[in-house]
Design a protein around this ligand. Structure first.
Ligand code: V47
Ligand code: SF4
Length: 375
């Protein structure tokens, strides 16, 4: 059995760690320096006890998932992120795919009689798919199924769309929101710090640009998620910097729902020589994120990337959401070497997975309203 938080506070001899544990007990925010200390000095059981204490205080035994499907309009991309296994440069576009609006609507229609609540639209940045194309797509999806929540477009796609259309971020977000876009996914964040960003994804939106787009969406009352691509060439200080930028913005807007750490996978990309992180590091990272991001209500493990068993394990290290039932229309991870080559799970399988980890599965909608409790 794991020790309790009180036991850790009484028995930890490392004064810095003891103070952090006390702060967690007192619901006090930890500093950036303390976050760095956790990365450098906390072992997995220590971080796990603190994170699980917070997780259970916030959510008890509840573990959320939703019923969603993905549409990936294209994998043609004008950018060339070194870690990306998915995109095809525009010059090689014959090897990629580009879906027409009708083809994407056909995908939506295949779910007509299924109790899906969300469509997640995200893909490469195609030079010919402009904002008007996506406005038409969003409007047609809404006309076909008004209750379907549209969560779509990373800040990378939005930045490119707005610049091409010569719109400010505020104007562009408003137009898409008016068309029916309701939330933003968390992709494209990678690592905000310029020292790392310039090495892994130099040519796409900057860290500040990503944050500005999410801030503008929050100003319109939209919610969004935030990701962090970890476990490659970054150092602990870059992880702390990344999460501190998110915590500061969240203090201002309260618009983020979920933080989603994404484990770097090294197959079929220009960073294949970089070793992947260990499962111990993965769990420690989830735990430290849960401890540091005190103003993020939810922490999500994206199981198609982490694998099902590791996603189960993460439920003891701060995670309270394991994403949705995903159709195999999402290829970003199977192409990057995830063991989940067909990332699809039925609701029954997902419920079983959560129950096996001794948690209570709760189906939620995109905004975390509870739809079904599976006792
Ligand atoms: O931004 C690309 C990542 C992201 C690799 O908001 C890689 O609910 C690991 O953001 N190894 C896109 N990761 C996916 C994404 C997402 C996924 C699920 C849910 C939500 C949400 C958002 O995928 C990219 C990038 O960080 N990625 N290549 C790779 N080799
Ligand atoms: Fe393009 Fe996204 Fe891949 Fe970067 S991660 S190359 S922006 S598809």
């Amino acid at each position: 059995m794991l020790p309790t938080l009180d036991f850790l506070i009484s028995n930890t001899t490392n004064i810095s760690l003891k103070n952090i544990a006390q702060k967690v007990k007192d619901s006090e925010r930890i500093t950036n320096d303390e976050c760095q200390i956790l990365f450098e000095q906390a072992d997995l059981p220590f971080a796990g006890v603190l994170a699980n204490y917070i997780r259970e205080k916030l959510h008890g035994n509840k573990t959320y998932f939703n019923r969603n499907f993905h549409i990936e309009p294209t994998n043609v991309c004008v950018f060339s992120c070194k870690f990306c296994s998915y995109s095809k440069l525009y010059a090689q576009k014959e090897e990629g795919w580009e879906l027409s609006i009708d083809q994407m609507l056909d995908i939506v229609k295949t779910y007509d009689n299924k109790p899906i609540t969300e469509v997640h639209i995200v893909g490469g940045v195609h030079p010919k798919m402009n904002i008007d194309y996506f406005i038409e797509l969003i409007q047609k999806i809404k006309a076909h199924r008004p209750s379907l929540h549209i969560k779509g477009f990373t800040a990378v796609e939005l930045d490119y769309m707005f610049r091409k259309a010569k719109l400010t971020i505020a104007q562009g977000m408003k137009v898409l929101n008016d068309a029916g876009l309701q939330s933003l996914p968390g992709g494209g964040a990678e690592i905000f710090h310029e020292d790392i960003r310039s090495q892994i994804c130099a040519d796409k939106v900057s860290g500040n640009g990503w944050l500005q787009i999410h801030e503008e969406a929050h100003n319109l009352g939209m919610h969004s998620n935030a990701t962090m691509l970890y476990g490659h060439i970054e150092k602990y200080e870059h992880l702390v910097h990344h999460m501190s930028q998110l915590r500061t913005l969240q203090d201002k807007t309260k618009g983020f729902n979920t933080f989603i750490p994404l484990k770097f996978r090294n197959s079929n990309n220009d960073m294949s020589h970089v070793a992947e992180s260990s499962i111990t590091e993965d769990m420690r990272l989830y735990a430290i994120a849960r401890i540091y991001l005190d103003n993020f209500p939810h922490l999500k493990a994206y199981w198609p990337m982490l694998g099902r068993q590791n996603a189960q394990l993460s439920l003891s290290f701060g995670v309270n959401d394991i994403d949705g039932t995903i159709d195999d229309t999402t290829k970003i991870y199977s192409m990057a070497g995830s063991e989940e080559q067909t990332p699809t799970m039925t609701t029954e399988e997902l419920v079983m997975l959560i129950k096996q980890a001794k948690r209570t599965p709760i189906e939620r909608d995109t905004l975390y309203n509870e739809i079904n409790i599976f006792e």
